[in-house]
Write a new protein. Structure first.
Length: 229
């Protein structure tokens, strides 16, 4: 099957002429969902080292340290909104959305960050995603239309304190939203995902106490045609 990859005419002048390095890759970025969040955010448009967009309510407490700035955990984009010569030209062939999950103490107390079953349900029932390439819509849908690319699947258990807790995810990990016709993204195209809540998020913890900030990743499985050096 032919892979639809853009013409690499805008290659770096330091690349080996006429040669390309092909690889199977993840292209990913993330945002933080928090109690009371009601405003849309855009991702892929912010590179490593910069602040992660937060969908939060008024007066919400600060997010957890790992949710503050983009790192290799939360994006592999080093250029705002573009793959650039550092990655190359891409053909997106699958899209998944992962939700950071919370853990529980033996007494059944939920951690102050990460999503429990209530937060996952709020994200799935209220948030949609629109993916654009060069300003043109390529695909859109609710979060549940893009099943998780990995992570915890789910389970219900009783803690040592006889408290029932649940750990759930966005569908069966690895299912993804398979793209039958790959979505081409040139290295100088603007890639943007617009994340929109239909109504304010209602998480377990009140905003003043932190609002259970939870990372939500978009992970695109892609074939990359990079520069040989």
């Amino acid at each position: 099957m032919k892979v639809l990859l853009p013409d690499a005419r805008f290659r770096s002048p330091t690349a080996v002429e006429g040669k390309a390095a092909m690889r199977d890759e993840n292209l990913y970025s993330a945002f933080v969902a928090q109690d009371g969040g009601a405003a849309a955010v855009s991702i892929f448009t912010v590179p490593r080292g910069q602040n992660i967009p937060v969908m939060q309510g008024a007066g919400a407490a600060a997010v957890a340290a790992h949710q503050l700035r983009y790192s290799p955990l939360t994006t592999n984009f080093s250029k705002a909104g573009e793959l650039g010569s550092g990655i190359g030209d891409a053909a997106l062939r699958g899209i998944g959305m992962n939700i950071e999950t919370a853990w529980y103490t033996v007494a059944g107390v939920q951690n102050t960050f990460g999503a429990g079953d209530r937060e996952v349900n709020e994200i799935l029932s209220k948030i949609s995603m629109e993916l654009k390439v060069g300003g043109k819509k390529q695909i859109e849908g609710p979060v549940f239309a893009f099943p998780a690319s990995g992570g915890l699947y789910g389970g219900i258990s009783t803690t040592g304190n006889n408290v029932t807790v649940a750990t759930v995810q966005n569908g069966w990990p690895g299912a993804l939203r398979r793209v039958k016709i790959p979505i081409p993204v040139a290295r100088n195209d603007t890639l943007e995902a617009i994340i929109t809540p239909a109504s304010p998020l209602s998480f377990t913890t009140a905003a003043a106490a932190g609002g259970n900030p939870s990372l939500v990743w978009i992970n695109c499985h892609a074939i990359i045609k990079g520069d040989a050096r």
